[in-house]
Design a protein around this ligand. Sequence first.
Ligand SMILES: *Cc1c(COP(=O)(O)O)cnc(C)c1O
Length: 410
Amino acid sequence: MNAPEAPKPPPSPHVMNTYGRLPFALSHGQGCRVWDTEGREYLDALGGIAVNTLGHAHPKLVPALTDQIGKLIHCSNYYQAPMQEQLAARLCELSGLTNAFFCSTGLEANEAALKIARKFGHDKGIDRPEIIVYEKAFHGRSIATLSATGNPKVQAGFGPLVEGFVRVPLNDVAAIEEVAQTRPNVVAVFLEVIQGEGGINPATVPYLQALRRLCDEHDWLLMLDEVQCGIGRTGKWFAHQWAGIHPDVMPLAKGLGSGVPVGAVVCGPRAAGVLGPGNHGTTFGGNPLAMRAGIETLAVMEQDRLLENAATVGERLRAGLARELADLSGPNGVTEIRGQGLMIGIELARPCGELLGRAAEAGLLLSVTADRVIRLVPPLILSAAEADRVVAILCPLIRRFLAEPPKPAA
Ligand SMILES: *Cc1c(COP(=O)(O)O)cnc(C)c1O
């Protein structure tokens, strides 16, 4: 009998082994460029996973944050919060919604949304409210948000899952209509306008419009998780604005603070009054440093016309990829290029996780999600020349990868 294999030592002596990490550390950045501790330069087409809206060391953000750190970083929610008022007012102005609650991360914003939906149900006499969620969705890694997530890998090992979710496929109106017929306790529909971790899968405009209509008809809340696709990434402030609709509840995070942890759930009139004093709270939420980061990020986005930039440079990037990969497109090569603005997915016919490391070696940061989708979510300041450089580095890597014989399944 073989001796049992010794457990592999963790890659770090003290940090828990929860991430697959590339073998280098980043030390500083400037715009869309970052450098590692060995002095190697990278073009950043990942933006810290759609977080670094203004890139790195932005000349307007750095002095604003430095000023704020010198005044007040944190003070708790025991006091009046004028900066929360200021950022909430701006988010409401941009979205047409009415009130915001501040937290620090995406999953927290989604937790708040789920609590709002449940209490909305309880307030109208539904004791066991149900929320419609989606296949391939990603909403975070807390117990409730991983239960709402539509990825068995995220859920494995963490049961029992939170109950009260009904799962449907994306862009299938008939599936929703069937739920409406059979489940009287539904109180809300909860989805990403463009699924991020699930592989850059957009909800279509007619689908979003149908959801708005069904939510009105059945008195459900329309809850749009814009944690990844919001804050200008698609070329509008919020991705649902392409469909000309308003959600009732909109969780935000990633890009809102340009790297400082800021989350928010922004609500319209049907949802804004659901939570009252004592119903919800968080220690770090809405602290002055976070609010300053949010206020400044939105201000710079407007001053520097970054929505237009996301739309035009995103289109250029997509067109460049489509052009350079045209001969590879098909069921055995590049199966689809999709997304909007600076949220782009390039789907290959087979799992391509190793492209992460190969791209980094070639000086390009990106990610691979849903096994075979190369995801580009760069800072919204990406220039046309930098977009061309992404195409120039990435396309030959894809070409070489697809020319290799597929690896036998492990
Ligand atoms: C990243 C993400 C989350 C989770 O955000 P965290 O800040 O990691 O908790 C939730 N929803 C979507 C759509 C996301 O992309």
